[in-house]
Write a protein that binds this ligand. Structure first.
Ligand SMILES: [Zn+2]
Length: 293
């Protein structure tokens, strides 16, 4: 658990520095973390619970589709074949978002997903989550503007080293990240410089986890509670540390969830540039809309 949750002094400093943190927010957060610290033996299914669900219950729930995007731009000759999965043309991205809206999908954010998985909270019909990794500026320009057209919200997993960088790829500025947060999107962590989680040293928990969280909280004035693994790669043995460092849930790619840490291995699929809208629709249903067998 991050120190400021248990330290009134730090909370007060945070309020002075960030302005928009509130005591009420820290207080309820503290209560929530205390409440999830122990896994109860019995949990009632299919109702709004005050006690957190156990792993088995979470794993048995219907998965909510989560999409993952990286770069939204046209391909250029120098793009490697492997990079193509991470690049989707702006026209295609727009077409895919239109398909989701036309098909009746409603975007949800990580807090809603967490409440659904842990406390049986209600979700809108045909829920879906749209996430963006790596801080590329086109996620703000094309991504956010397209999402807004359909009343959609997104999740932006920021790699903090890249904030404000310009060059072959332009990255989002602090102001753009703040605007996304102000508009009700979720800003979340994707490490400092994309280091593989499975290779974290003790020191990396400060540089790749705590420092980026602090930076993003300073930019947005909001708590950072969610994490996406670079390359989708995780290591079971250190997943427990994510909770200790203040995260409520974390996102992988399309590999299997960890049975002991389902909240920290939430699955996502990449919408690759080669997909038509129809391909995407089928992929969503094939990858997620199964009850656990
Ligand atoms: Zn990434």
């Amino acid at each position: 658990m991050r120190k400021y949750l248990s330290s009134a002094v730090y909370t007060l400093v945070s309020i002075l520095v960030l302005g928009s943190f509130s005591l009420a927010c820290s207080g309820s957060k503290q209560k929530e973390i205390t409440a999830t610290a122990n896994t109860p033996e019995t949990v009632k299914k299919d109702s709004t619970n005050t006690k957190p669900a156990d792993n088995k219950t979470i794993l048995a729930k219907r998965e909510v589709p989560v999409l993952c995007y990286h770069q939204i731009r046209n391909n250029i000759a120098s793009d490697s074949k492997r990079a193509h999965d991470d690049i989707i043309a702006p026209d295609k991205f727009k077409e895919h978002m239109k398909m989701l809206a036309d098909s009746g999908y409603h975007t949800i954010l990580p807090d809603q997903l967490y409440n659904y998985l842990v406390y049986g909270g209600k979700l809108p019909e045909k829920p879906i989550m749209i996430t963006f990794d790596d801080t590329d500026e086109d996620q703000f320009t094309t991504g956010n503007s397209t999402l807004k057209k359909y009343g959609f919200k997104g999740v932006y997993f920021i790699m903090t080293v890249s904030i404000g960088r310009k060059g072959r790829i332009n990255y989002m500025t602090k102001q753009q990240i703040k605007q996304l947060a102000d508009e009700g999107n979720t800003i979340a962590s994707h490490t400092y410089d994309h280091k593989n989680f499975a290779q974290f040293t003790d020191e990396d928990w400060t540089t790749q986890i705590d420092a980026p969280t602090k930076k993003l909280e300073e930019i947005t004035g909001k708590k950072v509670s969610y994490f996406a693994f670079p390359y989708g790669v995780f290591k079971s043995a250190t997943l427990h540390k994510l909770k200790e460092h203040g995260f409520k849930a974390a996102f992988i790619l399309s590999t299997a969830r960890d049975e002991n840490y389902p909240l920290y291995t939430i699955r996502r699929i990449i919408d690759p540039g080669r997909y038509t809208a129809k391909n995407l629709y089928y992929s969503i249903n094939k990858s997620f809309n199964k009850t656990k067998s």
